[in-house]
Write a new protein. Structure first.
Length: 95
C-alpha cells in the first residue's frame, strides 16, 4: 500500500496497535482475560499490544471485544476519522 492523502500503511498499522493497546489497558481487565475471551494466545496478544506483531482484522476485532469495547464501531471510527477520536472512547468501555 502506498501513501494516500498523507496516511501511510505504517501510520495505519501503528494507529491500530495504539488503539488495541489503549482498549486493553483502560478496560480494567487483565491481559489474560482479554486473551482468553479473544481466543488469542497470550504471547501473541502481548506482541500485538506492544506493536511487535501486526494484528489481523479478526484478531483486532476479538481484542476489542475482549476488552469490552464495541469492536466494529471503534475500528470503523478509527478508519473513518483519526485514531485519537477512537482512542478517546476507552474512558468508559461498554459492560
Amino acid at each position: 500500500m502506498t501513501e494516500t492523502n498523507g496516511i501511510s500503511e505504517a501510520h495505519i498499522k501503528a494507529g491500530v496497535s495504539k488503539l488495541l493497546n489503549q482498549a486493553a489497558s483502560t478496560s480494567g481487565r487483565s491481559q489474560v482475560r482479554i486473551a482468553s475471551e479473544a481466543q488469542i494466545d497470550r504471547g501473541t496478544m502481548r506482541r500485538i499490544l506492544a506493536g511487535k506483531r501486526e494484528a489481523t482484522v479478526s484478531e483486532a476485532l476479538r481484542i476489542l471485544y475482549g476488552s469490552g469495547a464495541s469492536p466494529h464501531a471503534h475500528l470503523l471510527l478509527y478508519l473513518a476519522s483519526d485514531q485519537d477520536k477512537a482512542c478517546l472512547l476507552y474512558t468508559s468501555p461498554s459492560p
